[in-house]
Design a protein around this ligand. Structure first.
Ligand code: SF4
Length: 743
């Protein structure tokens, strides 16, 4: 620890929770940039000068509500975090954050947080101390081989990622599973094959046309705050020409609702449409490389209309605009990758980008951090399936889970909950008593993100490479919670004391790891450790030079090109006639944020429904089924059934129905429990043929009336009308919206 200095946690400890005010004095301890007051030296300055009751202090940190990697500024007064905003220094979010990011406050102050370590005693949990918890873990680990220990997390990066890797190495286990329920795993694999990189940097702002195959980049896809800002520039355009967005999908997303043209496509035929566009471009004289032309040759205009349901007129308009306006940008989203042939869909769509000459212009090589120990280990559903297999075989004797709720997000046919019972000792690090924590033998309570220290490396880099610093904005609300890094450090001290006993806590480890590499991180060798660390924490970001590498624009380098064949639209399934589209809510996401009341209260941007889940059904389908808005229906797949309330909506293909993910918790907390239905439970075990990833959109369902009815609570009013009959703002259905004549 630095001489004569306080670290942030010590600083707050001295003040005491709810005690004296925390603020910087006006004598040189603050700086004002762009009209915003920033702390420049909170971790190193002598404290008494800061205590000015009623004065705000701003601290930079990192949002961890999703993997977007936005940097935040917390406004803190008298020790309490009152408001979060975006850090203007971040190349990703440039001073903005989304509603989900804002809602981190209610995760921090949530009344349902776990406050003490809990040990299972029969059906009950008994409060124990951290010393008892770590002693128990040590005892259990002595009874098993290191290779029988598994760790399930979400995506990891930064210094907790490095510590986790070291811990698994110390155990002698290769069983770290990075699991995310909804991530673009198939697209990553297709991008790698097609462009040579999993997550290219996108220039939406420089494109004249964007064709998005179900990428909800304004909603919940990859880096929505960055993409929203790019989209604003794209719409404004340059040279008097604004960008045109065409969204191709079966269920209207927020991005689809903002598009110039929303093309409703038959579920699963996105790849066919992409190859049809290539064929049509060639037919109109566009110079299509021979390899691509030969693959697309069979996708004639007639076949495309028949398979996809998109009219020839709209395709012709789209082809015309793609030929007139360059560069364009084609995106592969969740909708296109969610089928058994998702990899083939994605490959066809990436091929369209090559044909249009976008690779290297609006899709470029991303910057990357030159420290492999802290680079992201991205997650996918296949990781859960791999762990599940090991548990089923009895190969896991001790399981740690952190940042993940697989009992809630796994599909029933995986039997995850049953296989979990085969693990003799289960340790869950969690904020809430969620469905997975309810199955644990030992529950360890985590700090909120606003209480914890950390670092992270975003998977999607917007401009330069960056390392984000997460600093504690507040003292712990509950003294017996711990950060993930602190828990890992304590576990490592059990295995490698000579290496880790020197660190008092994770903060000390993080600081040391950063200052040891300060020159590689951009500081001059003459900069003192204290100055380097103070600047790093104050800014909340370390920016590293952008890479000069280029994405591959050569078709010949795409290994899967020769095998690119797409199945026709799936045949009618008489027993289960509808494609089920599980929809990623921008609010509760995969359900991890369902216990945040602000997010339950925020109207869904498409349906405006609050505090419930629903099923979107096209009006013609609703007539056939004899259902109207508010009817409760049973939605049954071959794997299970749930009940949901009907929302009749023109923004969905008549062959499909859509239900948002993240609702239907049976535990977790007062705001999440028994709100809506859990669509994960009825997903069938159908996988992408190339990657093995669960095909999220491949499940077929039937919909049956139950005879029950409720009034949906939604912002647009009970019957889709104006505000209490005042007709102040009217909602237009998709067929009445005045879409661009061009497309
Ligand atoms: S996009 Fe993600 S990281 Fe960025 S502010 Fe929103 S929730 Fe936070």
């Amino acid at each position: 620890m630095m001489e004569n200095n306080f670290n942030r946690r010590d600083f707050l400890k001295v003040l005491g929770w709810g005690g004296a005010a925390v603020a910087l004095s006006a004598c040189g301890n603050t700086s004002v940039e762009n009209g915003t007051e920033f702390v420049t030296a909170h971790s190193t300055e002598a404290m008494p000068e800061f205590a000015i009751p009623g004065v705000y202090v701003h601290y930079n940190s990192t949002c961890a509500q999703c993997d977007g990697g936005c940097s935040i500024v917390g406004r803190v007064r008298e020790g309490r975090v009152l408001k979060l905003e975006g850090n203007t220094e971040s190349p990703i979010n440039k001073g903005k954050i989304c509603g989900l990011g804002q809602a981190a406050l209610q995760a921090h102050y949530n009344p349902d947080r776990i406050t003490h370590p809990m040990l299972r005693k029969g059906d009950q949990g008994e409060t124990i101390t951290w010393d008892q918890a770590f002693a128990l873990i040590k005892e259990k680990l002595t009874e098993v081989e290191g290779s029988e220990v598994a760790f399930l997390t979400g995506a990891t990066s930064g210094h907790t990622g490095a510590l986790l890797k070291n811990y698994m190495d110390a155990l002698g286990s290769a069983k770290h599973y990075a699991y995310e329920a909804v991530v673009p795993s198939v697209v990553r694999a297709a991008n790698k094959k097609s462009y040579g990189v999993e997550m290219p940097r996108l220039h939406i702002d420089k494109a004249r046309v964007v064709v998005s195959f179900g990428a909800d980049f304004l909603g919940a896809w990859v880096s929505p705050v960055n993409f929203t800002q790019q989209y604003a520039k794209f719409r404004k355009g340059s040279d008097g020409m604004r960008g045109v967005l065409v969204q191709v999908e079966s269920k209207m997303t927020l991005t689809g609702a903002n598009a110039d043209r929303w093309l409703c496509i038959r579920p699963g035929t996105e790849g066919i449409y992409a190859l049809g566009l290539i064929n049509a471009l060639g037919a109109k004289g566009f110079k299509v490389p021979a390899a691509a032309a030969s693959i697309a040759r069979d996708y004639t205009a007639e076949r495309v209309v028949q398979e996809t349901g998109v009219s020839a007129e709209h395709t012709e308009k789209l082809v015309a605009i793609l030929m007139q306006r360059t560069p364009s940008l084609v995106l592969v989203g969740t909708a296109a990758e969610g089928y058994a042939h998702g990899s083939q869909n994605a490959a066809a769509i990436t091929l369209l980008n090559h044909v249009l000459g976008n690779v290297g212009k609006t899709m470029v090589y991303p910057a990357s951090v030159p420290f492999p120990q802290i680079t992201p280990k991205v997650g996918g559903r296949y990781a859960l399936h791999a762990l599940n297999d090991k548990m089923a075989q009895g190969d896991v004797k001790v399981l740690f889970t952190c940042g993940s709720n697989p009992v809630f997000t796994s599909h029933t046919s995986l039997n995850f909950k049953e296989n979990l019972q085969k693990v003799p000792f289960k340790v869950v690090l969690a904020h809430y008593r969620d469905e997975t924590a309810m199955e644990a033998d030992l529950v360890l309570p985590l700090d909120s993100v606003l209480e914890d220290w950390g670092s992270s490396v975003p998977e999607y880099m917007a401009e330069t490479a960056q390392i984000n610093i997460q600093q504690a904005l507040s003292e712990r609300l509950y003294p017996e919670t711990r950060g993930f890094g602190d828990v890992l450090l304590a576990l490592l001290k059990q295995r490698r004391p000579a290496e880790y006993d020197q660190y008092e806590d994770f903060y000390a480890y993080l600081r040391d790891a950063m200052v040891q590499n300060k020159v590689a991180l951009g500081a001059s060798s003459g900069t003192s450790d204290d100055i380097f660390w103070r600047d790093t924490v104050s800014h909340g970001i370390i920016k590293l030079p952008a890479t000069t590498a280029k994405v591959s624009g050569k078709l010949a380098g795409i290994p899967s090109l020769a095998k690119l064949t797409l199945p026709n639209a799936s045949a009618v399934d008489e027993a289960y006639p509808f494609h089920l589209i599980p929809y990623t809510s921008a609010h509760v996401r995969d359900g991890r944020h369902a216990n945040i009341p602000w997010l339950q209260e925020s109207p869904d941007p498409i349906t405006t429904i609050v505090w419930d889940s629903w099923i979107e059904i096209h009006p013609t389908t609703a007539i056939k089924l004899g259902v109207v808005e508010g009817d409760i229906v049973e939605v049954a797949s071959r794997s299970g059934a749930i009940k949901v309330v009907v929302y009749v909506f023109k923004g969905i293909h008549p062959d499909a129905v859509s239900i948002p993910m993240g609702y239907g918790h049976e535990a977790m907390g007062r705001y999440a429990k028994n709100v809506g239905s859990n669509v994960f439970k009825i997903l069938d075990s159908i996988f992408d043929r190339e990657t093995g990833e669960l095909a999220l959109h491949e499940t077929r369902v039937k919909v049956t009336k139950t005879g029950q009815k409720v009034r949906i609570v939604k912002d647009e009013g009970p019957y889709g009308g104006g505000q209490a009959g005042k007709r102040i703002a009217l909602r237009k259905t998709t067929d009445k919206v005045n879409l661009s004549k061009e497309v």
